[in-house]
Design a protein around this ligand. Sequence first.
Ligand SMILES: [Zn+2]
Length: 241
Amino acid sequence: MSIRIIQIFVVAIVLFASCGEKKKPAAEVDVVQNNKVLTAEEQSKLTPDKVIEILKKGNEEFTNNLLTVRNNMERVQDAANGQFPAAVILSCLDSRVPVEDIFHCAIGDLFVARVAGNIVNPDILGSMEFACKVSGSKLVVVLGHDYCGAVKSAISDVELGNITELLSKIQPAVNHSRENFEGDADVSNNDFVDVVCHTNVMFMVEEIRKNSPILKEMEDNGEIKIVGAKYHLHTGKVNFF
Ligand SMILES: [Zn+2]
C-alpha cells in the first residue's frame, strides 16, 4: 500500500470518527447513570412524603439541567416484567409540560394521565384507583400550569364541539375565582388566569376525594396523599401546594 493511500485512509477514518462525535452541550451539565426501574419491594418501602421529596428533587435536577444517561432498552426490558410506579400524575394536555422530563423520571417511574385542563372524570378516577389501589403508587398529583389554554377558554366561555363539555368542568373554578377576585376577571389579566389555574387544581383534588371513596380511604389511612402542584412554563419549576 502506498503512503498516499495510507494517508487517504487515515483522513477518512478521522473524518468518519468526528461525524459520530456527540456535540457537547453549551451549558455545563452533570451526567449520572440511572438504568434502574423501581421494584415492588422498593415501591412498598416508599411513603407519600418520600415520593413528594423524590419528585421535588427530580424537578430541581431538571431545572438545573442535570442530565441522566439511561439505557432505555435496558429499562424497557426490566419494566416489561411488571410496573411499580411511585406516583400517578394528572397533567394538562399541554405539549410544554412533558411530565416525566420535568420530574427527571423515565420508563416505569410514573403513571401519567393527561387531559386538557387537568380535569377529573370517572375514567381518570378509575385510572388513579388502578394506580394506587392495584399497582401500589403512593401519591396522586394534580398538576396544573400557568398560561393554561383550557383555563383561559373556560374563562372566555368558549363553546366548540366536545370542548364545551370539557370546559364545563373548569367552570366552577372560574365562578369561584370571580367571586373572590378584585380586578379584571378575564383572560387579559394573567393574575386572574393564575388564580383560576390554582383554584382549578385544588377543586380537582377535592373532586378526587369526593368521588373516589377508595382513594379517600387510602388517604385517610395514610397509605397515599392527594396533592396539587403547578408547573411554571418560564422556569420549569413545579410548586407543590
Ligand atoms: Zn393547560
